[in-house]
Design a protein around this ligand. Sequence first.
Ligand code: ATP
Ligand code: MG
Length: 395
Amino acid sequence: MWLKKRMIPQQWQAAKEVIKKIEHAGFEAFIVGGAVRDYYLKKENNDVDIATSAMPEEIQTIFSQTIDVGIAHGTVIVLDCGEPIEVTTYRTESTYSDHRRPDTVEFVRNLQEDLKRRDFTMNAMALSQSGEYIDYYNGRQHIDSKVICAVGEPDQRFEEDALRMLRAVRFAAQLHFSIEENTFEAIRKKAASIEYVAIERIQVELSKIFISAHASFGIDYMEKTTLGDYLHGNFTASNWAHYYSEDRQVGWAYFCLVNGSDLSLLTKYRCSNKDKLFVKTVLDAYESLRNGMSLVDLLRYDTIVLKTSFQFTIWQNCKLELSYEELVGRKNGLPIQHVNELAITGKDLLDWSSKKRGSWIKQTLDAAVEAVLNEEVQNDKQQLKEWFYAFHDEG
Ligand code: ATP
Ligand code: MG
């Protein structure tokens, strides 16, 4: 009944089968966490997790194909039902002396205990295979009133795990929900403890904020909760007012831009070299655009880079003389679309000259590209040869 078309059918069908088999063996099992929240929100979620009263070893006896991914934490992946489904034994978490990891994990037979350790009420619901909600902490009511509310005592919950504070802001940005007052106050109070959290996990949450539907709303919370004060870079919501992107690299590039084009932020947040290269290219293109982009630059930057850097000028309220369509029109109208299309190569230059190999070859080829782009010479081998001799006579 509850299996509607809007869901990823295979995942949900598989989850339902897994639950039935666990129940048949005499245990409890429910869909839990983000999938239940998103189901209630009528949003797609293809990450369906199951919680169960069965111990990991019991799950391994019920199913024939399982992968042991973290038995110590109670997680087994079940492959029997077509799609891999994560099944985790109900557990509680004890003291958190380092503000980020429970000292020990204890398995329990009671669902409510398991739901109690979860971060926010909307993430602490369970769904039975027949479509019934188990909602001890008013998750649905909070979703209806669009609030993010900690389960239990917010101060204590953020004391246990400081990452939850950033997760609250991330969910606010994704869902455009406000953070409930006591939860918000607790974040403000505990904001400094975000420094205990591993930088990689912070990077993941920031990336999610940057690609959220309401990124600037999230950045506003970074400011208001003061969380941003304890992280690298500035989080100033006014800079993000016009921003929107579904691409995390674009988000990181914009974050660097509004921080004075500070590329060192990418190193601080352990972004990949690929990210660094993209961000550097986009920020270079942005500078070039603002200074009236040369034809060589127009040729050099690909459409994604041009589009992104052009977006940045809009988000930064920086007026350019030409529209994006005009810019692309100009790019498409260039005599060549790629340096590879130049009608001559380094070998031609060596044939035409008595000089030895050296940096002059690249310099000359660059100059030839520029001359072709400026329509000083046509992209034709014979004409470029003449241009080369003239160029060399001058030089
Ligand atoms: P997403 O849609 O981004 O995956 P999610 O809510 O599913 O969001 P996950 O990180 O996949 O987030 O975690 C799954 C569930 O585990 C959460 O819904 C929540 O119940 C619980 N959870 C995750 N991280 C924490 C945490 N730091 N503290 C408490 N509970 C957590
Ligand atoms: Mg999830």
